[in-house]
Design a protein around this ligand. Structure first.
Ligand code: NAD
Length: 270
């Protein structure tokens, strides 16, 4: 018996990293998985997305858990495309109970490197993409009589981070989005919470982002010598984030909504 037997989950950014970990974990608890990923080029955006092979591998791993996977390529910025992907998944599995807005990009730039284009790209994918995800999935959760929505924010959505103004702004926006949707969807037994990971060992977290933060801090007299516990001592595995997603997706958390859960090893600037 899994905690999510007979449930169906929709996950964005499912091809690798945390999205893949969520898919495998929720499948291991018995859920069928509907997922999307750009899984191909993001023209003009300085970020290296997942590939079709990554998406296929997620499907294989989900099936290894004994669940079915309905995974398609889709850009979360396109509401019509996203709605079609969700509707197809619902048609395949008969309904939807869980939605995880996980897709996001991080462009490692200091405040004076950010451009209007990189700011807009970040907001389009991280904020509009999450809004599109809730908009496309909520009607199906309501039809089911309730469900759980999880928005992936960040340490950078709660605390000071001297880096990446666009990313930090986008992740703070998800706190407001969580509260607004929780207030409106609560009447339908749909819970909405945000998660706030610290550094996670994924293609995004363990590569250039960490190196740029360390480099930026070292070059700034007020930040030199400062660090974050998660940078220097604690980088999470994606599974550790997926454990919390599984809890928030399950009825074990049925009295938790409009909350913002840190999963960051107690990270602080010091
Ligand atoms: P990742 O880059 O490894 O994975 C992100 C996935 O999203 C990729 O598969 C990518 O192809 C997909 N994606 C990007 N743009 C897309 C689009 N427009 N449409 C559809 N799919 C798209 O990163 P991750 O670490 O797994 O990040 C997952 C989430 O966690 C992101 O929202 C990220 O901001 C957040 N986060 C990451 C960290 C970290 O340290 N890794 C920390 C805090 C929060």
């Amino acid at each position: 018996m899994g905690r999510l037997d007979n449930k169906v989950a929709f996950i964005t950014g499912v091809a690798r990293g945390q999205g893949r970990a969520h898919a495998v974990r929720l499948a291991g608890e018995g859920a069928q998985i509907v997922g999307v990923d750009i899984a191909g080029p993001l023209p003009g955006v300085p970020y290296d997305p997942a590939t079709q092979a990554d998406l296929d591998e997620t499907g294989r791993l989900v099936e290894e858990q004994g669940s079915k996977a309905h995974l398609v390529r889709c850009d979360v910025r396109d509401l019509d495309e996203l709605k079609a992907a969700v509707d197809d998944g619902v048609a395949a599995f008969g309904g939807l109970d869980i939605a995880v807005a996980n897709a996001g990009i991080c462009i490692p730039e200091t405040w004076d490197e950010v451009t209007p284009t990189s700011f807009r790209d970040t907001m389009d994918i991280n904020v509009i993409g999450a809004w599109n995800t809730v908009t496309a999935t909520a009607p199906h959760l309501i039809e089911r009589g309730g469900g759980s929505i999880i928005l992936t924010s960040s340490f950078a959505g709660k605390k000071m981070q001297p880096f990446m103004v666009h990313y930090t702004t986008s992740k703070h926006a998800l706190v407001g989005m969580t509260r607004a949707f929780a207030a409106e969807l609560g009447n339908h037994n749909v819970r909405v919470n945000s998660i706030h990971p610290g550094a996670v060992a994924t293609p995004m977290g363990s590569g250039q982002m960490v190196a740029r933060i360390e480099e930026t801090n070292a070059a700034n007299p007020r930040l030199a010598g400062m660090g974050m516990t998660f940078l220097n001592q604690f980088v999470a595995e994606a599974d550790e984030i997926a454990n919390v997603v599984a809890f928030l997706a399950s009825d074990e958390s049925k009295f938790i909504t409009a909350e913002h859960i840190s999963i960051d090893g107690g990270a602080q600037y010091f």
